[in-house]
Design a protein around this ligand. Structure first.
Ligand code: ADP
Ligand code: ZN
Ligand code: ZN
Length: 737
């Protein structure tokens, strides 16, 4: 009986997705034996006046809340619970990023697992032809066109098994015809043979690749962080694949993280061709039940290879063996709102805790990762040459000063475009802005069309006859008159993808021009469709934003150009130069990937810029070394640690007041290794109708930074002004806006 009563006084501590830095205490559900509940389970609780789902974090013996005021949880769902390893990872992340645990866990779980909905038990199924099906003449199915189409899908495929994802590509509802074909014994359900994964296409690795794979294989059973540096086309993916194979041979799972737009059909096809093992993709294009199913397949070990974007770093793994982060420098690994985590950094931490190797791959490693190879925390693997017989492209700066420009194109660039087209080869032009022009202004008085909710100019979109704000999404029809002087002499300033397209149409009226930016790729899959057109030679000139700088392999593109490199040269953000260099190298990687030599042109008004010169003449590594020296002298990351406290409100004064009071409080805790810079209004002070300000904390060592943040969080939550402002902490900020 005594035991019973202590059990009954045990407390469930529950994480709930709220912006509060705390857990919530409950008593066990009535009639539930607490000893059967375990951390990681979903738990339904009364919350305020309603009900919510949370995750059980721990079972405690006491609570700060009086026992008679505690409420009973409603029920507990043990199925699909968060494994202990992930729970610990979430707790670490909440601690490191100083973010409320409930929201961290909500990020880690697919939507369906944050509620009580059950996931369908259907596994990722595979189907194959039966012997009869292989020999069957599908003309006999002429009266059932869908069955006919589906069967020919199997008969024409070079893969023995087709998955749901493969069938989804056939573009019609395939469930009923599939069922019919199974009943006719033409198709059968199959399971891939996960032990005997015989590679279907195997490339002989070159010496550098071979060496990289060997080093990874040697450390397969403990933690090592590798940085695999190799230009685009140097064969990094082949190295990943061989390393993955080694982990699969030990019956372990591989997690491959890719940037937001890196998950192309080309990559998934390559994985499917190479591995027979069950493979799942996890990205924002999936619906809720697909995501939940992928989660479960990763958790129970059904999926051997998991490829996903940022949030896939939180997928449960039954038998983890290897983590790979492709394009580790890519900004899309950092979440820029809410829980501002960096998936690469969490992946490294996770690999360390799991004691497994992790490979970071890039043609342009971040300065942070570079520094970590220099100080031997990471092991450097290098692929200096392009694979196969592809030659490195030549890179040239075009001095734009005093040139007679056509729109934004210099005569030299135009003649290079012409020459490339004459050779029946393709051209890729990179522009950093979409729309027609980044501003509309009055020729008579200088008035500029501004967004009413942001400190930003409206972008002109000619095709849609409107002005749009790229920061808050506001839109209005194109002004015909100046709002100040009523003049009708309105002109645009600067250029975007739409305008370049117009200029090119004028210059090359008989060429096929394809534009790829957010405006032309709103529909799911449309970007890949457009890129496939280019790949198949259906476009001569491709214009695009950042989106086209990576991913797709376009063998017939031999000329790539960056139309304006200057923005990155003089931006206030200390990382801008690093990002510009990465972009230049990425764009360079787009030119001449087949056996034809590539050429890259960069238009600039500052061709003498030292770092730009270094990058062009001596390459990215040398550029990095110089930039690293500058960062060291200026005590900027990776030689110091930063956090940004942001605040925003609908009135102009409270964010600054709040931050000022936060600063005063910090000064009472801060040590002399900490610097508080600000508060200052954010570079874009007003965005989407809210005024924003920020306070930067810079530290020489991580520990004192985190000590301050930990104490701060408590104080900030109780600060009276905190009710009027929205505030957030960004640890290791990547974007200072
Ligand atoms: P990365 O991932 O570094 O961009 P990939 O692995 O995609 O490079 O390789 C680029 C191209 O070179 C691919 O078409 C690939 O098949 C080919 N390739 C890679 N390694 C070799 C090799 N050792 N021999 C021949 N071709 C190779
Ligand atoms: Zn005017
Ligand atoms: Zn706006």
């Amino acid at each position: 009986m005594a035991l019973m009563s202590t059990k009954n006084s045990l407390i469930l501590r529950v994480a709930v997705a709220t912006p509060l830095y705390r857990l919530f205490d409950y008593l066990a559900p009535v009639g539930n034996d607490i000893s059967q509940l375990s951390p990681g389970s979903r738990i339904e609780i009364p919350f305020g006046k309603g009900k919510r789902f949370g995750v059980l974090i721990e079972i405690a013996t006491n609570s700060e809340i009086a026992h008679d005021r505690l409420r009973h949880a409603i029920r507990c769902i043990e199925k699909d619970k968060l494994p202990g390893e992930l729970l610990a990872l979430c707790q670490w992340a909440a601690d490191y990023y100083h973010h409320p645990i409930g929201e961290v866990i909500a990020t880690a779980l697919p939507t369906l697992l944050r509620r009580d909905e059950t996931i369908s038990d259907a596994k990722i199924n595979y189907w194959s032809l039966t012997q009869t099906g292989k020999e069957y003449d599908n003309k006999a199915l002429a009266r059932a066109p869908r069955q006919q189409a589906l069967l020919s899908q199997f008969q024409c495929s070079d893969k023995p098994l087709l998955s749901r994802a493969d069938l989804d590509r056939c573009g019609f509802a395939w469930h009923a015809p599939l069922k019919a074909l199974i009943e006719k014994q033409l198709l059968q359900q199959s399971e891939p043979n996960s032990n005997a994964s015989t590679p279907t296409s195997h490339i002989e690795l070159n010496t550098d690749q071979d060496n990289a794979v060997k080093q990874i294989k040697e450390r397969l059973n403990d933690f090592t962080c590798f940085l695999l540096e190799g230009v685009t086309g140097s064969g990094k993916t082949e190295v990943y694949f061989d390393a993955m194979q080694a982990a699969l041979d030990q019956n372990k799972q591989c997690l491959l993280l890719v940037p937001e737009i890196g998950l192309t059909p080309q990559l998934t096809q390559r994985i499917q061709k190479r591995f027979n093992d069950l493979f799942v993709a996890y990205h924002s294009g999936l619906n809720n039940s697909e995501r939940a199913r992928a989660w479960r397949d990763a958790a129970d070990g059904t999926a051997k290879i998991i490829v996903g974007t940022r949030s896939a770093v939180f997928l449960p793994l039954k038998n983890p063996g290897l983590i790979i982060v492709d394009e580790e420098h890519d900004l899309s690994f950092k979440q820029q709102d809410g829980f501002r985590y960096h998936a690469r950094d969490i992946a490294i931490r996770r690999a360390q805790k799991l004691n497994i190797p992790i490979v970071l791959g890039s043609a342009t490693p971040s300065l942070e990762s570079n520094e970590n190879t220099r100080n031997k925390r990471y092991q450097w693997l290098h692929l200096p040459k392009r694979g196969g017989d592809a030659k490195p492209p030549t890179v040239e700066l075009i001095d734009m000063r005093r040139q007679a420009l056509k729109g934004s194109l210099s005569p030299l660039l135009i003649s290079h475009i012409q020459a490339t087209l004459d050779k029946q080869q393709q051209v890729l032009l990179f522009v950093n802005r979409r729309g027609y022009a980044p501003a509309l202004f009055c020729h008579d008085c200088g008035w500029i069309a501004k967004c009413q909710r942001c400190d930003a100019n409206m972008t002109v979109h000619h095709a849609k006859h409107c002005l749009r704000c790229h920061h808050c999404g506001s839109q209005r029809s194109l002004d015909k008159q100046c709002k100040d002087c009523q003049s009708e002499e309105l002109t645009t300033l600067g250029f975007g993808t739409e305008q370049i397209e117009d200029t090119l149409k004028g210059l090359f009226p008989y060429q096929r021009i394809i534009r790829i930016d957010r405006d032309t790729t709103q529909q799911k899959g449309s970007m890949n469709a457009l890129l496939t057109q280019v790949e198949e030679g259906q476009g001569d000139i491709l214009i695009g934003t950042q989106m086209i700088a990576k991913g797709h392999h376009l063998p017939n593109v031999t000329l790539a150009a960056i139309l304006n490199a200057d923005q990155g040269l003089f931006a206030t953000d200390f990382r801008a130069l690093e990002h510009l260099a990465q972009l230049i190298v990425q764009v360079t990687g787009r030119a001449g990937r087949g056996n034809k030599a590539g050429h890259v042109l960069i238009q600039t008004h500052h061709p003498e810029h030292i770092l730009l010169q270094t990058l062009i003449k001596d390459g990215y590594r040398e550029f990095c070394q110089q930039l690293t020296r500058e960062r060291k002298d200026a005590e900027l990351p990776p030689f110091s640690y930063m956090a940004l406290l942001r605040a925003e409100a609908i009135d102009e004064t409270s964010p600054m007041q709040f931050l000022q009071s936060a600063k005063e409080h910090a000064e009472t805790i801060a040590t002399d290794t900490l610097y508080l810079l600000g508060p200052i209004p954010a570079p874009m002070t007003k965005r989407a109708g809210r005024f924003r300000a920020q306070l930067l904390i810079q530290a020489n060592d991580r520990r004192s930074l985190h000590q301050l943040l930990r104490q701060w969080v408590r104080q900030l939550s109780s600060n009276k002004l905190s009710r009027k402002v929205r505030w957030s902490i960004d640890v290791d900020p990547m974007d200072m806006n």
